[in-house]
Ligand binder design. Structure first.
Ligand code: HEM
Length: 215
């Protein structure tokens, strides 16, 4: 048991974060399952409110058009039936037509990615351990995979909660500060691991150019 523990030491912090991601994913799924109606109902109420405001804007636009009919021959028009305005005044281009469903789907993706990336990180960190990399580099992989597994899924959850209020595109843009670094950590780690495996497989790791990274 002690031997296993010492073998895992270089990536132990990453494994802890990945297991934590699995635990959070399971808890999040349990929360969604037990509060499904509550969440969906709240999103629908939010959507209804936004639609009412949208209708109000359109009616106001039509009234303005009526009042300024004389202006129309000059080419000016007020409001557009094709542009959907949201509660916050943002334009919304929803293809599914049901923002509450979009929001629920994004919340669910938080669970899927907690579980998927948690598991993926554990497997890939074991692969990192099996390479001949120096301990300090294995340590770095532990941080990048571990933090990626913990940071990426909450971005979906945050985006889900903002989807109805802001609209799908604006909600996505509002979490880019979290999405960007998290995807960078995960994709960067995957690419780096691929390079390490290729260097070992081809024997190029013995070249002086790469040898500094291997023990
Ligand atoms: C670097 C890691 C990953 C990134 C950047 C990523 C990104 C994404 C994105 C952007 C979507 C949405 C696609 C769309 O809007 O149609 C998505 C969906 C999905 N991902 Fe991932 N993903 C990753 C890892 C994984 C892993 C490891 C799993 C394994 C379980 C997974 C399972 C899924 C599933 C099942 C969907 C579809 C969910 C749905 O239909 O609602 N992903 N992923």
């Amino acid at each position: 048991m002690n031997e296993i523990s010492s073998v895992l030491t270089p990536v132990r912090h990453g494994l802890v974060m990945a297991v934590l991601a699995l635990i959070l994913g399971a808890l999040w799924a349990a929360y969604m399952a037990t509060h499904h109606e509550q969440l969906h109902g709240a999103f629908e109420a939010q959507q209804e409110k936004a639609q009412q405001i949208n209708m109000q804007h359109m009616m106001e636009g039509m009234n303005m058009d009526g009042m300024h009919a004389a202006d129309q021959h000059s080419g000016h028009s007020h409001g557009s039936a094709q542009t959907d305005h949201h509660a916050g005044g943002n334009e919304v281009h929803s293809h599914s037509g049901n923002l509450a469903m979009d929001a629920m789907q994004r919340l669910l993706r938080g669970h899927i990615h907690f579980m998927g990336i948690g598991l993926l990180s554990i497997v890939l960190l074991l692969l990192v351990l099996s390479t001949g990399l120096k301990t300090c580099w294995k340590n770095v992989f532990g941080w990048t995979f571990g933090l990626g597994a913990l940071l990426y899924p909450p971005a979906w959850i945050l985006m889900g909660f903002r989807t109805v209020e802001l609209g799908p595109q604006a909600a996505e843009a509002s979490v880019l500060w979290l999405f960007g670094p998290a995807v960078g950590l995960l994709v960067g780690s995957l690419l780096a691991l691929l390079v390490v495996i290729l260097l070992e497989w081809s024997g190029l790791k013995r070249l002086r150019l790469f040898a500094w990274a291997f023990s």
